[in-house]
Structures are given as C-alpha cells and as structure tokens.
Design a protein around this ligand. Structure first.
Ligand code: G3H
Ligand code: 13P
Ligand code: ZN
Length: 311
C-alpha cells in the first residue's frame, strides 16, 4: 500500500530531518531512487509532474511505483502529483491512485489561490489524500513550471496563517530563494537561502510541514561530466547542501529534487557514449545512469536529508 505523507512529515518535523521528494519519469529513475531508499531504510516520496504524466502516461508511472512498493514493502512510499495546476488534474491523480497532490496556484492572487486550493483539499480529504499548496513563486524554467527571473517573490510570512486556516492544506511550499532548474544562482555570487523567512513562517504555523521546491544542489561532478563529454552547461549552480541540511533541521519536511537526477543520468550517458561509440543497446548506457541516480539519492538521504533509518 502506498502511504500519504502525514506520518512521515510528523516524524520528520519532530526529528529534524526531511523526506526526499524525487521526480520520476521512467523505470530506471524509479529503480535507482527506490533501491537507494530501500538499502538505507528511508521513507520516500516519488513525485510525478504534469509533464512526466504526459511523457510516460499516468498508468505506466502508477504501476511502476506500485511495483517498487511490492519489491520494497518495508519502506513507506508516497506517490505525489508535483505542481498540479488545475482541479481536474488533481482529481484525476486522486482518483487514479496518488496519495498526495500539489495544487500550485502560487501565480494567482491570494484569494484565487485560497479558493482553488480549498476545492482540491475538500475533494482530496474526502478520499484520504493529502494536499500540498504553495504561497510565493520561485524563479526558474522547467517544461511546465515557468517563472521568469525577476518575477519570483519570497513568501510573505504574514499571509501563511490565514492561508493554512482557510484552505486546510496539509503542507505548504514557500519561496525562500530556491528556484527550479540547474541555474539557480549567478556564478561567482554566494547562494544564500532566506532562513529568516523560513523561521518567521514556522513561528506563525508551528508544527506545520514546510516544503522546499527547487532544491537540487547541481553537483559539480555531474556538471563537469556533462561538459567534459560534449555538453554545454556553463554556470550551472545549485543550492549548497549545508543550507538544505539546515532547512531540514528546521521546519522543512519535504525537499524536492529533479535536476540532480537529470544531471546524474545525462552526465553518465554522455560519458558512456564517449567511451563506447560502438554501443547501441539502451540497457548498456541506462545501467550506469541508473547506478548514478542510486548513488546520488543515497548521498542525499545520508548526508543532506538525514532520513536514513527513519522508517
Ligand atoms: O518543478 C518541476 C519539476 O522539475 C518537473 O519538471 O515539468 O519538466 O517535469 P517537468
Ligand atoms: P530542482 O529543479 O531544483 O530539482 O527542483 C525540483 C522541484 O522543485 C520539483 O517540484
Ligand atoms: Zn517544484
């Protein structure tokens, strides 16, 4: 049985750690992530974006996650919709086996965000599904999540109590300086998350689970690998791992990671192709890519999230 995030967030909040929410798009990514979580006895959130659902198909992804759940019955796994942008999309995932959904109306007015989130919460709660909402918008460019640089805004802590009380959401994503994608901070500048905002938010809604999007650390090792083997990603910079660790010790219970998975796979596939120009069996190059995802996720669980042996 897939679980909701309710119990994992309560334990994470009290224990000063966070659960990794990893974006999944295909079998190898799901295998790499779940093998790592299983070996480290870690709770896990596997999340599916609208784009992932369009790419791989809802049923394929649900069945792959259910397969991982059968293979690793000892670790709690939640299946979450990432950045749901409409009631219909959330409903389809709630009806279709997800245990958690995000309704992201952070680009709308406060009132529209409240109304739209409330509607999803009512539908989800009646069916035992939990809901993540968002206040404040992140910068960064993804296929389906696109906020122009300069248009992002930090979350205003004075709005969170009213938002949570009115919507009855189960967790809240806030903007404290992270952004989506591989280019989060200007190269040469010192990345710094706004922990003052995070602490102010937590003071106003104590015990309430906070979510950090855009939390890839963009490991130099993978960026160098991409660039060494024919790629071109100058100036890719992520969130320093020590700052993510600190956020996890505070009220952040869910840390979203997608770009690091993309980088781990792409770097290793590029390397494999460069070293084996005559190979053409996808199993040959997806194998090291899957192993790299597993090693990267294991590192996060042990050294950044702090959720090893927390089942
Ligand atoms: O936050 C967005 C995730 O990285 C998903 O990206 O919409 O390209 O699947 P995607
Ligand atoms: P990254 O682009 O930093 O991996 O963020 C992923 C994310 O927030 C998914 O919702
Ligand atoms: Zn996100």
């Amino acid at each position: 049985m897939l679980v909701t995030t309710k119990e994992m967030f309560k334990k994470a909040y009290d224990g000063g750690y966070a659960i990794g929410a990893f974006n999944v798009n295909n079998m190898e990514i799901i295998q790499g992530i779940t093998e790592a979580a299983n070996e480290l006895n870690s709770p896990l959130i596997l999340q599916v974006s609208k784009g992932a659902r369009e790419y791989a198909n809802h049923t394929y992804l649900v069945k792959l996650v259910e397969a991982a759940n059968i293979l690793y019955p000892n670790i709690p796994i939640a299946l979450h919709l990432d950045h749901g942008d409409s009631f219909e999309l959330c409903k389809s995932c709630i009806d279709g086996g997800f245990t958690s959904v995000m309704i992201d109306l952070s680009g709308k007015s406060f009132e529209e965000n409240v109304e739209g989130t409330k509607k999803v919460v009512e539908y989800a709660h009646e069916r035992g599904v939990v809901v993540e909402a968002e206040l404040g918008t992140l910068a960064g460019i993804e296929d389906e999540v696109n906020v122009e640089e300069g248009k992002q805004s930090y979350t205003d802590p004075s709005t969170v109590e009213e938002f949570v009380a009115k919507t009855n959401c189960d967790s809240l994503a806030i903007a404290i300086g992270t952004s989506h994608g591989a280019y989060k901070f200007k190269p040469g500048t010192k990345p710094q998350l706004r922990f003052d905002i995070l602490e102010e938010v937590s003071k106003r809604i104590p015990g309430f689970p906070i979510v950090l999007h855009g939390s890839s650390s963009v490991p130099k090792e993978f960026v160098d690998m991409v660039n060494q083997y024919g790629g071109n990603m100058p100036g890719a910079v992520g969130v320093p791992e020590d700052q993510l660790r600190h956020a996890a010790e505070l009220s952040v219970c869910k840390i979203n990671i997608d770009s690091d998975i993309r980088l781990a796979m792409t770097g290793n596939i590029r390397k494999y192709f460069a070293e084996h120009p005559d190979h053409f069996d996808p199993r040959q190059y997806l194998k090291p890519a899957r192993a790299a995802v597993k090693a990267m996720v294991a590192h996060k669980i042990k050294n950044v999230l702090g959720c090893a042996n927390k089942i």
